[in-house]
Design a protein around this ligand. Structure first.
Ligand code: C2O
Ligand code: CU
Length: 457
């Protein structure tokens, strides 16, 4: 081989590894989360069937629903970090569907977005989803076809990825919040995407269930420590969590561990959001149960009733797990805005109203391209009066400012609630390549166009 060829090969090797070196050393303080995971080689296989069925949302109330494996919520899937999840999915619905794994960093082809990452799965057809989650935490799955109808009808479930290095709590429970809109016959109101819902904050129901029931009671022992994993699967309702007298610490949001524990009292859980909290049950039993409430609207709603038995001799001691890697991005890290998304509405489209991002309504959109491993600041400007929980697939970000004021949330998110006429800046460093949608998780808004694509190269 000539010297020139050696030189060329050397150059290729140098350039080829440069990206890796940059990511792992020079800018490591800025890395938001690990780039990859060590696969254990173990494969967990799960069969999921989407079908029409019934569920009881209270002792005397049967509801016709669409669900996974005839359960609402769908089966709770728990795997260990490093394990591969293989989902054999069959569509027995009268409509096309897909499954999206909200918050899990999957290979792009497994993201479940029709027209972007896969073809819709027709009635009677099957599809196999397979991936190895890169992060441990609380995630969920739901269709990405006609979401405003399919999720409302009951298609959603939770995926928990456990990390054996995290401490074990006395109890580890998911708390899945959903609201249904029932008609006079106490059945699901089948008028989806109404003009009223589209013009306002999407479909808010009149019947709230927690883990599929209207009266969710959790029995606990005095002195226990409990990990609660809240998931908001509602089409559009926001919950503001009021823990009353309970001692509660937040330590993860949207599946990702936080930099430090934080006060979870008053946390606003928008559609799509998750929150993991550490609950300390007092040492003495109390006749009165503890109540966890939602206080987002004027009418407060009971979510969880915690009944405490016994008197403990010893309290469990655990320390909440925290992030190993956490970026030090703040609003002073970088001043320039790389991309801006203006959120608004206009007349037109199949529903008579369209929700737009930069004046385009999906399937019309201007994709943006971000470079893998590069830090970006993105601005959301809400030019409307409505609530928009904006969700970015495949990436996590940090909120930097709200209406120009610096904020330093000690956690990352995959969904951020943007309120009436609010401007929110987020920082992100994409690590996962592919075409990822960015949309409003008020599912009626998404249905009416509020969706775009971010290409990570
Ligand atoms: Cu849970 Cu595209 O969303
Ligand atoms: Cu919206």
């Amino acid at each position: 081989m000539s010297k020139l060829r050696y030189l060329l090969i050397g150059l290729v090797l140098l350039i080829g590894t440069r990206g890796v070196i940059l990511l792992s050393s020079k800018s490591s303080s800025q890395l938001p989360y690990p780039e990859s995971v060590n696969a254990s080689g173990k494969v967990e296989e799960v069969n999921l069937v989407a079908e029409v069925g019934t569920t009881s949302i209270s002792p005397d109330q049967q509801l016709t629903v669409w669900s996974y494996n005839n359960q609402v919520p769908g089966p709770e899937i728990r795997i260990t970090k490093g394990d591969t999840l293989k989902i054999h999915f069959t569509n027995k619905l009268p409509q096309e569907t897909t499954i999206h794994f909200h918050g899990i960093r999957v290979p792009n082809a497994m993201d479940g977005v029709p027209g972007v990452t896969q073809d819709p799965i027709k009635p009677g057809e099957s599809f196999t989803y397979e991936f190895t989650p890169k992060d441990a935490g609380t995630f969920w799955y739901h269709p990405h076809v006609r979401g405003s109808e399919q999720v409302e009808r009951g298609l959603y479930g939770v995926i928990v990825v456990e990390d054996p290095q995290e401490p074990t709590y006395d109890q580890d429970k998911v708390v899945v919040l959903d609201d249904w809109r029932l008609d006079q016959n106490s059945q699901l109101d089948e008028r989806f995407n109404t003009g009223h819902d589209l013009m306002h904050d999407g479909r808010w129901g009149n019947f709230i269930t927690v883990n599929g029931t209207s009266n969710y009671v959790l029995d606990a022992q005095a002195g226990e420590r409990i990990r609660l994993r809240f998931v908001n699967t509602s089409n559009a309702r926001v919950y503001k969590l009021d823990f009353g007298d309970l001692k509660v610490l937040g330590f993860a949001v949207d599946g990702m561990l936080a930099r430090e524990t934080f006060n979870a009292q008053g946390f606003e859980l928008a559609p799509g959001n998750r929150l993991d909290v550490d609950v300390s049950i007092p040492m003495v039993s109390s006749a009165k149960p503890f109540i966890i409430r939602d206080t987002f609207t004027r009418q407060s709603n009971t979510l969880v009733t915690l009944k405490i038995d016994d008197i403990a001799t010893e309290a469990t001691s655990v320390e909440a797990p925290l992030a190993q890697i956490f970026p030090d991005w703040t609003s002073t890290t970088k001043k320039t805005i790389d991309k801006e998304y203006r959120l608004n509405a206009r007349r037109g489209g199949p529903f008579g109203i369209q929700w737009t991002i930069n004046d385009k309504a999906y399937p019309d959109y201007d994709p943006i391209t971000l470079k893998q491993g590069t830090y970006n600041v993105i601005r959301f400007t809400n030019e409307s009066y409505r609530l928009h929980p904006m969700h970015l697939h495949g990436q996590f970000f940090k909120v930097l400012t709200r209406n120009g004021k610096a904020v330093d949330e000690p956690f990352l998110r995959d969904t951020v609630l943007i309120k009436s006429e609010e401007t929110v800046d987020i920082g992100l460093m994409p690590l996962d390549k592919g075409d990822w949608v960015n949309h409003c998780h008020a599912l009626e808004h998404a249905e009416a166009g509020m969706m775009t694509v971010v290409k990570v190269e």
